[in-house]
Design a protein around this ligand. Structure first.
Ligand code: GCB
Length: 599
């Protein structure tokens, strides 16, 4: 049988979509405001480096894998695992910092939780995962529910049919094995923390429910939005925005858009105002807090609500202060944001992957503009279509979750990627997709290549053409040149666009002192900051800075025992929360730098 070209194209696109969507259903917007039961806490675990719980000796998937949580029925039965007497791990968290045996572990760990729940007719139940790194397969009461790929985005499954009133067993196979074709790839400069790293929730909704919504500023500076049900039903969604108004939106075919003809007060650094928003449908009420802003670029300027601004930022990894490991609590987010505020920041770069919803919500509430990024990092496999689909899926999941977060100003599609054709095409496609999904925010990428032309560092990466804001990672004084040499560096750009110095910095062990030319001392790091700040002051198209990085973070690329001990030491603060001298140098710079640029 010969298939027509068109049919083949259609089949391919359907297949792609299936890959993109994985098996998770549409993401539930704002889960924490819905009726839910937390499944956080202690889970039983089995470490399974040989995948014995999944494959038989011929490497065929087993029907009776660990997911059925079997018990011997008689004394002569052979069952070679037992969750009940196995080790435990806390969820949410990584396994590496909870159990010494798992510090360097990469592979599969099976997680099991038993929980008791009620089950009402006419309700739907969803298992929601804030994030699992990296590959997960979810089972409920012995049946496979679905799977997900990607370590930093949220997903959920409809488990209504499998859920029982009373006791239930959820088993999750978590595999953090690095993959050459993955996003990220095998080579990164951060710890590949494995595990169920964000909260797990059992969410209850009506059978027909409001799955997703968007509320944002329209082009005419009033309010617009849309609502989407889980199916193509009709109905009425009530939306109320405190201080603005209330309306009933008629939904047809599962979707509807709406407008409020009133100009809201705008969110700003100094007054990060969020409106209480309530959405009700079919007996479910969802509360949100939503702000309104507009952000554009004009020539070399970044305009926030029409005003040219300077972004005083800092890069942040999702690394927990003091306790180390992945950030898992609101208190840890608070500490990181307190430090950024003390530094004088109005901007944070959440590197190198989407951070938790808690972090994003807290940051916008405190007036930080946010750069949010997907882990398209260094040399991923740009030639591979499934790598692209994976990256696009993570991008879609990031935007899906955070589209209502006014604090997000920039979506970053990549960090330090090589300038080759395959990468240019890959990233152009991703940029186009980002624009389609969200035309209201700026698109950027952290680039690292620049040639020296007429004695000036010149930004010439062809990607500069496609992004709105050019991020540049430059490590003068650390990966090249002496600290003193940086002051004289001059910059030029082939693009009439704003630039953010998205990384600059140097490593220092907190408490280690010496001469300013002595590596790893606080004096060396301070010198790098001082001279780079002088350099930055001379870049006339510079509209922001996010030095690398707020706090020391764990990385296997950093083995030097005397100072690093598995930590990248470029933090302005040690992982134990002690500020290094360079913190105050950056703070002085930020205190002297106006936010509003009167051009
Ligand atoms: C970079 C990377 C960042 C690294 C940093 C470093 O350019 O973007 O992920 O951690 O340099 O410390 O080398």
């Amino acid at each position: 049988m010969r298939l027509k070209k068109k049919t083949v194209a259609l089949l391919i696109s359907v297949l792609m979509l299936a890959v993109r969507m994985g098996e998770a259903q549409g993401l539930l917007q704002n889960v924490s405001s819905r009726v839910h039961q937390s499944l956080d806490g202690t889970w039983q675990i089995i470490v399974d480096p040989m995948e014995t719980g999944y494959y038989n000796h011929s490497w065929k998937p087993k029907k009776n894998g660990y997911f059925i949580d079997e018990k011997p029925k008689t004394v002569s039965d052979r069952v070679e695992y037992d969750f009940d007497t196995s080790d435990e791990l806390y969820v949410p968290s990584d396994w590496n910092t909870q159990n010494d045996k798992l510090y360097y572990y990469e592979g599969t760990v099976w997680y099991r939780k038993k929980f008791i729940t009620k089950k009402e007719d006419k309700k739907k139940y969803h298992l929601y995962f804030g994030a699992i790194n990296y590959r997960s397969i979810v089972y409920l009461n012995g049946e496979r529910v679905g799977e997900h790929v990607g370590g930093f985005t949220s997903f959920n499954f409809d488990v209504t049919d499998l859920l029982k009133a009373g006791q239930n067993t959820v088993v999750v196979k978590v595999d953090n094995t690095r993959d050459k074709d993955g996003v990220p790839t095998i080579n990164t400069d951060w710890w590949n923390y494995g595990g169920i790293t964000r909260s797990v929730l059992l969410v209850e909704t009506p059978q027909i429910f409001l799955e997703d919504y968007s509320v944002s500023l329209s082009k005419d500076k009033t309010i617009e939005g849309w609502v989407k049900l889980n199916d193509s039903s009709a109905g009425k969604v009530e939306i109320s925005i405190e201080g603005i108004g209330k309306q009933q939106v008629k939904v047809k075919d599962g979707k509807a858009s709406f407008k409020f003809d009133k100009a809201p007060k705008l969110w700003s650094f100094a007054d990060p105002y969020l409106y209480p928003v309530t959405l009700s449908f079919n007996g479910e009420t969802i509360q949100d807090e939503i702000g309104f802003k507009y952000i554009d670029v004009k020539g070399k300027d970044i305009l926030l609500n029409g005003e040219s601004v300077f972004l005083k930022g800092i890069s942040i990894h999702e690394e927990a202060p003091i306790s180390t490991g992945r950030v898992t609590t609101a208190e840890e987010c608070q500490i990181l944001l307190d430090w950024a505020q003390e530094l004088g920041c109005n901007f944070i770069r959440l590197a190198h992957y989407p951070h938790s919803e808690t972090m994003v919500r807290m940051a916008e509430k405190r007036g930080f503009l946010i750069w949010s990024e997907i882990p398209v990092y260094w040399t991923i496999n740009y030639e591979n279509e499934s790598t692209y689909q994976n990256a696009e899926n993570q991008l879609a999941e990031m935007i899906d979750r955070d589209k209502n977060r006014v604090g997000i100003g920039l979506w970053s599609v990549a960090n330090e990627t090589p300038v080759i054709d395959a990468r240019n095409q890959f990233l152009n496609k991703l940029i186009k997709k980002t624009r389609e999904m969200d035309p209201t925010r700026l698109i950027c990428a952290a680039l690292d290549t620049h040639i020296t032309k007429n004695g000036k560092k010149t930004i010439d990466d062809p990607l500069g053409e496609y992004v709105d804001v050019i991020g540049i990672n430059s490590y003068c004084g650390w990966y090249g040149g002496t600290p003193e040499s940086c002051e004289a560096w001059e910059w030029a750009s082939q693009f009439e666009k704003p630039m953010i110095m998205s990384e600059v910095g140097a490593g220092a062990l907190q408490g280690l002192h010496g001469e300013q030319n002595e590596r790893w001392t606080e004096e060396y790091q301070s010198a790098v900051y001082r001279y780079n700040i002088e350099m930055l002051k001379n870049i006339d198209f510079l509209r922001g800075v996010s030095p690398w990085i707020l706090m020391d973070f764990r990385s296997p690329r950093r083995p030097l025992k005397r100072v690093q001990n598995d930590f990248n030491r470029k933090g302005l603060i040690s992982e134990q929360g002690i500020k290094k001298e360079a913190f105050f140098i950056l703070q002085d710079y930020y205190n002297s730098q106006p936010i509003q640029l009167n051009k």
